[in-house]
Design a protein around this ligand. Structure first.
Ligand code: SF4
Ligand code: SF4
Length: 377
């Protein structure tokens, strides 16, 4: 029991301290481009005066009126709006949308994002092979989680993340009425991995997901089948109910008030501790303590990507499968599975909870009836 707590505390301190150090090494790209919500128009003014008065950068104006208009800014604004006709209200809407997209782009560190996606692809491929070949066991599993925490969390930080693609897309659409194309591409890629290999990105790539999984396994016996301190399997109907309500509330608040209420308690910021704040630190700390006793609490109770990917899981080509001709219904896998999912699969329930492809069930099955892969013809 003492060992569980001391290992947990050591791990959390090491993750936070090394993330704090590494995040200081990356270039800081947080430029926010905020235009006044109500632009000021003065009769007879030139484009130059209008842009200066409203702090509109050339690049944003060029997106709306074209590069040639911005090349000669001495022209009266009214003449530019006459052909093709554009009212000042329409111009304002277009400028605010263009500014929102430019702001998103300015805040992205592409030198970090592109290598992270490349490493995700390699890491997911390697773990997928290991899973389909049944090579995961209690030691390699923990090693993979630790490697993914270090690589995708400590080294590459809190952003991008699978959750961010859903959360930030909802907020930007609700607030500004625009979709940031690179985020849409990232979300599509993540969802494709769900269709190809269940929740592969959650299982082995999401920085917060793997940290929660690693913490959970610190509180397991040597065989990785049971908690040392008592662990709880919350019925899926409860955890998923909370997750659906949380998702709807988050979306409604984003639409009505334009607010992102996850931001101040976002546990992904564990990997970017200078942005945590007191509320965030309490929330992230509580979540990590809860992860010792409940399997992946953020994923099951709150994560917007967790919910969306769960809906898609039923269409996954590769997933956990049980060979009924070999299975003796001994229940070993159901007991060892960290959540309710193996029980639901075994008892052919209509609603199957999220499976995080951990491979514990395949490892403990005495008759080797369980495998991860495509459905056999
Ligand atoms: S469900 Fe969990 S693993 Fe998946 S994106 Fe959300 S936090 Fe990460
Ligand atoms: S069914 Fe349970 S034990 Fe098996 S891979 Fe899924 S989450 Fe892990």
């Amino acid at each position: 029991m003492k060992k569980v707590w001391s290992t947990f505390i050591t791990l959390v301190i090491l993750v936070v301290a090394s993330s704090w150090f590494v995040s200081g090494l990356w270039s800081r790209k947080e430029e926010k481009l905020v235009l006044p919500q109500q632009l000021v128009f003065t009769p007879g003014e030139s484009l130059d005066t209008f842009m200066a008065g409203n702090m509109i950068p050339d690049a944003v104006m060029a997106k709306v009126l074209g590069k040639t208009a911005v090349a000669d800014k001495g022209v009266p604004l009214a003449s530019l709006l006459a052909n093709p006709p554009l009212s000042s209200a329409e111009l304002q809407t277009k400028l605010l949308k263009a500014a929102a997209l430019a702001s998103e782009d300015a805040g992205k560190d592409w030198q970090k994002i592109l290598p992270k996606f490349a490493l995700w692809a390699i890491f997911l491929f390697v773990s997928f092979r290991a899973l389909t070949q049944g090579r995961f066991n209690r030691k390699t599993r923990k090693g993979y989680y630790l490697g993914a925490v270090v690589l995708f969390g400590v080294a590459f930080g809190s952003d991008p993340s699978p959750m961010g693609t859903v959360k930030d897309a909802i907020v930007l659409l609700a607030r500004e009425g625009v979709v940031f194309p690179p985020r849409l591409i990232a979300l599509t890629v993540f969802l494709l991995t769900v269709v190809l290999a269940n929740k592969a990105i959650c299982a082995w790539g999401c920085q917060l997901g793997v940290l929660q999984d690693l913490v959970f396994r610190l509180n397991r016996n040597q065989a990785d089948t049971k908690g040392i301190l008592k662990q709880y399997k919350v019925p899926f109907v409860i955890s998923n109910g909370v997750r659906v309500v949380f998702f709807l509330a988050f979306t409604a608040v984003a639409i009505v008030v334009g607010m992102d209420f996850i931001e101040s308690v976002d546990p992904f910021k564990t990997f970017n501790p200078t942005h945590l704040g007191l509320t965030g630190a309490i929330a992230a700390g509580s979540l990590l303590v809860a992860s010792l006793f409940i399997y992946r609490p953020w994923c099951h109770f709150f994560c917007p990507f967790g919910l969306v990917s769960w809906l898609l899981e039923r269409f996954s080509l590769n997933k956990i499968r049980v060979d009924e001709n070999v299975c003796t219904l001994c229940g070993s896998c159901e007991r060892a599975c960290p959540s309710d999912v193996m029980g639901a699969i075994l008892h052919k329930k209509k609603v199957i909870p999220d499976c995080f492809s951990c491979g514990t069930c395949t490892e403990v099955c005495p008759t080797k009836a369980i495998s991860f892969g495509r459905k056999q013809p």
